[in-house]
Write a protein that binds this ligand. Structure first.
Ligand SMILES: Cc1cc2nc3c(=O)[nH]c(=O)nc-3n(C[C@H](O)[C@H](O)[C@H](O)COP(=O)(O)O)c2cc1C
Length: 165
């Protein structure tokens, strides 16, 4: 059985709340805050789900900043990663959920990244987090499209379960 860890960075609690909802969709997934998690904490897990809101203009949520360089030292053998990101597609329509791309960029080439998501059904103008026409992970908007969140996370979790052993 894959061991799942969900690691989140959250400024006002929105990403944390979504991380808990995603946790509830998997059997026995562990939850960590990016601000306090260590490489050793994550060693036993073979499926990592990383969540972050976007701050600044397309920037990664602050709690991730200290952990990000640690990806360089991590042993990803046998691991897979999926990313989710929260944003505000109305107020930040040209940088929607862009923080996901910073996680993606830090991990690309080091580990298999799964769980990209079609941009269909979202309303925004641009996002750094689109690679090859899809979001690099699950984009969520708790500010404007909260009615969509439950079905979006349910569909995504179903997709991720294909990659679990
Ligand atoms: C200063 C600031 C900058 C933001 N910049 C962006 C942005 O560039 N793109 C985006 O999609 N959302 C942006 N947001 C919206 C947040 O990502 C969104 O409200 C999110 O749900 C916050 O989640 P959190 O409470 O987990 O941090 C910004 C919010 C703030 C306060």
């Amino acid at each position: 059985m894959s061991k799942i860890a969900i690691i989140y960075g959250s400024s006002t609690g929105a990403t944390e709340a979504v991380a808990e909802k995603i946790q509830a969709l998997f059997d026995d997934a562990a939850l960590f805050n990016a601000e306090s998690v260590s490489i050793d904490d994550l060693a036993p897990f073979d499926f990592l789900i990383l969540g972050a809101s976007t701050t600044g203009v397309g920037d990664l949520q602050d709690d991730w900043e200290s952990f990000l360089p640690k990806f360089e030292k991590m042993n990803f053998t046998g691991k897979k990663v999926a990313i989710f990101g929260l944003g505000d597609s109305a107020s930040f329509s040209t940088s929607f959920a862009g923080g996901m791309y910073i996680l993606y960029k830090a991990l690309k080439g080091k580990v298999e990244i799964v769980g990209s998501v079609s941009t269909d059904g979202y309303t925004f103008d641009d996002s750094e987090a689109i690679v090859d026409g899809k979001f690099v992970g699950l984009a969520l908007d708790e500010d404007n499209e909260y009615n969509e969140t439950e079905s979006r996370i349910n569909n995504w979790a179903k997709d991720l379960k294909k990659y679990l052993n």
